[in-house]
Design a protein around this ligand. Structure first.
Ligand SMILES: *Cc1c(COP(=O)(O)O)cnc(C)c1O
Length: 371
């Protein structure tokens, strides 16, 4: 009897590796036997859960013996109001990762090509390979998307293009006119997913309104999430806004209850909580200034970021520096898997967390304190 199940798996799946998540704090606590660990590894919101969400969830607990609203009506209504779109343009997901996969599963076959950029979000190759389609990775320009090269990479087999703006893990940002010019070059039967997971953090003057472009470009799908600026990563809720026909197709393939009751309630609540979002952005801007000033002071090259994280070149093996930082009780993210072996991605934390990170990096890299 054979136990070679790898050879039984779909061809694309055989080549996949499991997603490497940021190390959980509890795991490092177990390993080192210390408390007070700082995790700046998964671009989570350092503000903690909003009080408005805590109260709403306490009330929602009673409902948990029932299935959630399979259509997420109230959350969709809130989003439709916020973005001036119709309810039937919205698809909810178990995190926005769910939507990235839904789009691929619903539209892409194994004989299609999917385009995305070098150093772009790791979920794009995962969902592409899982369905046996061919990933077309376009070389990055200044660590970000080279939209001209991406447009040139389109062939008759191209079905889908993923763009992250701002990009993770590099934080690079595409201006609205560049993106618009790109969309004009994409044939109407090629879908473009514009992944705006960090939209709320990007400069309000420069981030524009891609949702308004869906009228002009019906092949455009915009995805966003409650995991980052809204602070609900653990609940798993995100959404896409698209042409209604695309939303209808996504709704056919999604699992009926892909958003749980607590996630729906929390997302609805946090959308109303303007103060939480403002506080998140203010804290992030201050932390970003603090960390980038620190990198400049120590001549560490970093990639200017529009997200809630910053990627820095440590001038040596990022994996090794990561390991040494763990011993200092600080978890960051090595990104060798993204083709950046000397960089580390640091999520912006609270003032105290950022301080801990800076002190740990000074120790690990032997930086001069008085420079
Ligand atoms: C964090 C992130 C997501 C969102 O993940 P969720 O599934 O919504 O938690 C999507 N795209 C990018 C580029 C991200 O960094």
């Amino acid at each position: 009897m054979s136990d070679d199940f790898i050879s039984l798996a779909n061809k694309g799946v055989q080549k996949l590796h499991p997603y490497q998540a940021g190390k959980p704090t509890s795991e490092l606590e177990r390993e080192l036997g210390i408390k007070d660990i700082v995790k700046l590894a998964s671009n989570e919101n350092p503000l903690g859960l909003s009080n408005s969400v805590v109260s709403a969830l306490e009330k929602e607990l009673e409902s948990l013996t029932r299935y959630p609203d399979a259509n997420g009506f109230y959350l969709k209504q809130a989003l439709a109001n916020k973005y001036s779109v119709d309810l039937n343009q919205i698809t909810l997901g178990n995190g926005s990762n769910d939507l990235l996969e839904l789009v691929a599963r619903a539209f892409v076959d194994s004989n299609h090509e999917v385009i995305f950029a070098e150093h772009a979000f790791v979920v794009y190759p995962i969902v592409t390979q899982a369905i046996g389609a061919t990933p077309v990775v376009v070389k990055a320009k200044n660590y970000g998307h080279d939209l001209e090269a991406m447009a040139e990479a389109i062939t008759s087999k191209t079905k889908l293009i993923f763009i992250a703006n701002p990009n993770n893990p590099t934080g690079t940002f595409l201006e609205q006119d560049e993106l618009h010019a790109f969309l004009e070059k994409v044939p109407s039967d090629v879908l473009v997913v514009l992944d705006e997971a960090y939209f709320e953090y990007a400069s309000a003057e420069r981030r524009g309104d891609a949702i308004a472009w869906i009228k002009t470009f019906p092949n455009l799908i915009v995805t966003r999430t409650f995991s980052k600026a809204y602070g609900l990563a653990g609940l798993r809720v995100g959404y896409s806004i698209s042409n209604p026909t695309i939303a209808d197709i996504l709704n056919r393939v999604r699992q009926p209850f892909n958003c749980n009751a607590l996630a729906l309630k929390a997302a609805e609540t946090i959308l109303e909580d303007k103060e939480y979002l403002e506080d998140s952005i203010v804290l992030n801007d201050a932390g970003m200034k603090d960390l980038t000033a620190f990198f400049e002071k120590h001549d560490l090259e970093y990639i200017p970021s529009m997200g809630n994280f910053v990627t820095v070149n440590v001038g040596q093996s990022g994996d090794e520096v990561y390991q040494k930082l763990l011993l200092e009780g600080v978890i960051v993210r090595p990104i060798t898997g993204y083709g950046l072996p000397q960089h580390l991605r640091i999520s912006i934390g609270t003032f105290v967390e950022n301080q801990r990170f800076k002190e740990a990096l000074v120790n690990v890299l032997n930086l001069q304190e008085e420079k």
